[in-house]
Design a protein. Structure first.
Lengths: 195, 463
């Protein structure tokens, strides 16, 4: 049984279609493989379960996103949220099959590279420690994940773009300022800077 | 997941993370922590703890070298999966579920399940039934999936493929590893079908460990398995080693190959080739075409007993000699006590060597098979001998197997040529009688007092 390389993508596409009509936890592997016209073992050769297919789809999208530059982070995020909104039923059918803590954890990981690029750009310009940089990345990733999550929970109303604009202004306004203050602090207390 | 299991899982992961960070520094420190928690009460295993401490405080100790090599020779993700699936699920969590089921159902519940995905094999080895039988019988993907799903409910997380050549079904094996990614899969294999692509898939699923069959060096292996097989086996080992994938070997010792297959030179080669474990099997005269003259003599089996025990004190390799190691597991482990065997026809055999059964996985749930008359006869009869150097109801106690088959009406499940129990046990009577004296001597010396055991071992070593 030689499975062609595109089987994974066919499975992903078929699941996408099913998710427009029902929740992820109401879909079975048997139902999915019938749609793709493949055997159960062909499915399990590639994926451990349906959640694995969702992970695969998200990973592929994130790989595309990671190609963007720090300057494009706001645009990338806006594009993601617009895409989610356009596929609202699908996204909610996935979201509702997971526990909130799980989504929160994953969401934080997904937005971290976006925020990280931005924070590191600011950190380069002044003498802050790695610890301080990590702290800022964590803080902003947490904030951004919370904004996105509560937006999803509210059924993805259109006002998120406005929220993101506000978040962007907040980051733009205080990131450089905070970094500079931290660097000043390090200059005053060189022993505690731990560089 | 129960509260207790969540606690076990969290504790185990914390411990593993600690070890993984800096194994050299943290392995000994872990024992300090264990000692503090264990206290010094009667159930605190002081001897075991002190033995383990001896191992981990001496970097030259063979067991320490083996443990340490898990960090130098094995891929980090594969190692983590092994600890999680084998140690945590297969033992810590699985054992508690198995014990509960043993109590509740009053029957044996296994620790591992051996199964034959197929009767087919790509080689044609001398004396092997698979060569003649061919690709006639298979357990389907869904049947194996069902066995594993049922097994997990009973706490079984370790599945061992045998056959036939399981790798004939390599895509199905990978799919099963992927689906049951909380289990550890081992596979007896001739290794000739392990190629770069399959090894990459092993690296992807992380829970598949081959036990490669070798008959000894090139001449012995090719003599039985066919020209060029040894070189293919070596290549397979190299492919696995390159990718930092764990593997072991499986060796069948006979009156003809015992000296070479248990020689220090051979065992050192296994370590050099990268094997982490080597399982030795006593030749069993099973089947109408078996060759009873290949059964080792009492002197040969005693030599095996001594050699494996000596290597266990000196070689960084996990060696088991199943027929001589009954003392560590309370005698016979078959009949579902620790394992059972399901053939490619779905027959549930008590043992990989004892093909008499009264149940089939295609018509009965696994739990009902474990409660069938034949399996209950094993349950009620174990241990078959108080002397664990005579553990088997066939080889050393043939009257026991005759009795069980007569009482339960179990039928031969031999796929090619059904053998009567009388024919099989008749080949073991003489062997059992001949082995008895040696077994009694070794057992009484090994189990009276430790000083005596040591003296006897020294005398034997001195010849």
């Amino acid at each position: 049984m030689e499975v062609p390389k595109s089987t994974k993508n066919e499975i992903m596409a078929a699941l996408g279609k099913l998710l427009r009509t029902k929740r992820l936890d109401d879909i079975t592997v048997t139902e999915l493989v019938e749609r793709c016209n493949i055997s159960r073992q062909a499915f399990y050769y590639h994926f451990s379960d349906l959640y694995g297919v969702v992970d695969y789809g998200i990973q592929r999208y994130l790989e595309e996103l990671q190609a963007c530059t720090p300057e494009q982070w706001h645009e990338a995020l806006e594009r993601t949220l617009t895409l989610l909104r356009e596929n609202r039923t699908l996204a909610l059918n996935v979201y509702r099959a997971y526990e909130r803590s799980y989504v929160e954890h994953d969401l934080r990981q997904w937005v971290t590279p976006l925020v990280e690029a931005r924070v590191r750009m600011a950190a380069q310009k002044c003498g802050v420690t790695e610890d301080q940089t990590s702290f800022m990345i964590e803080l902003l990733a947490q904030a951004l994940a919370s904004i996105v999550l509560s937006w999803v929970e509210r059924g993805m109303p259109s006002s998120v773009v406005e929220r993101l604009d506000d978040f962007d202004i907040l980051v733009e306004g205080c990131l450089e300022y905070t970094m500079e203050r931290l660097a000043q602090k390090n200059r005053k207390e060189p022993s505690s800077a731990g560089i | 997941m129960s509260m207790m299991n969540s606690v076990k899982r969290a504790g185990f992961r914390a411990m593993y993370g600690y070890l993984d960070k800096d194994p050299d520094a943290n392995i000994p420190r872990l024992m300090d922590w264990v000692d503090r928690f264990a206290g010094d009460g009667p159930n605190s295993f002081p001897d075991q703890r002190s033995a383990f401490r001896k191992v981990i405080e001496n970097p030259d100790n063979n067991w320490y070298r083996l443990l340490r090599s898990m960090w130098t020779d094995i891929d980090g993700e594969v190692r983590k999966t092994f600890f999680e699936n084998f140690m945590l699920n297969g033992n810590l969590i699985g054992w508690a579920v198995q014990e509960e089921a043993r109590e509740r159902y009053g029957c044996n519940i296994p620790w591992a399940i051996l199964l034959d995905p197929t009767s087919a094999c790509n080689l044609h080895c001398t004396g092997c039934w698979a060569a003649e039988y061919g690709n006639k019988l298979n357990l389907s993907f869904d049947e194996i999936d069902s066995i594993i799903t049922q097994g997990k409910k009973l706490g079984v997380y370790i599945y061992i493929y045998t056959g036939g050549e399981p790798m004939v079904r390599k895509d199905d094996l990978i799919a099963l590893c992927n689906k049951h990614n909380d289990c550890e899969f081992l596979c007896f294999t001739n290794a000739t079908l392990i190629d770069e692509d399959f090894a990459d898939q092993m690296l992807r699923v992380k829970n598949f460990v081959p036990a490669i069959s070798v008959e000894g060096f090139e001449e012995a292996t090719d003599g039985r398995r066919g020209d060029g097989v040894f070189q293919k086996v070596r290549r397979a080992m190299e492919i696995l080693k390159e990718r930092k994938l764990p593997f072991g070997t499986s060796c069948c010792y006979t009156s003809a190959n015992l000296d070479s297959i248990s020689s220090e030179e051979f065992v050192d080669k296994l370590v050099e080739w990268g094997a982490k474990f080597s399982w030795y099997f006593h030749y069993m005269p099973v089947g109408n075409d078996a060759a009873p003259e290949l059964m080792p003599s009492p002197e040969q089996r005693e030599a095996m007993y001594d050699r494996i025990r000596a290597y266990r004190k000196s070689k960084p390799l996990f060696l088991i000699d199943f027929q001589n190691d009954g003392e560590y597991v309370g005698g016979c482990i078959a009949g579902g006590r620790r394992y059972l065997h399901i053939n490619a026809n779905g027959d549930v055999d008590p043992c990989v060597f004892v093909h008499y059964s009264d149940c089939n996985i295609r018509s009965m749930p696994l739990l009902d098979c474990l409660r069938s008359p034949m399996f209950m006869a094993y349950h009620d009869g174990q241990p078959f001998n108080e002397n664990h150097l005579k553990p088997c109801p066939m080889l050393e106690n043939p009257e026991k197997l005759r009795e069980m088959v007569a009482k339960t009406g179990a039928k031969s499940t031999d796929l090619q040529s059904p053998e009567t129990v009388e024919h099989l046990c008749g080949k073991c009577d003489g062997y059992a009688q001949a082995w008895d004296e040696t077994a009694e001597r070794l057992w009484s010396h090994g189990h009276s007092c430790s000083d005596c055991a040591r003296r006897c071992a020294e005398q034997r070593a001195a010849g």
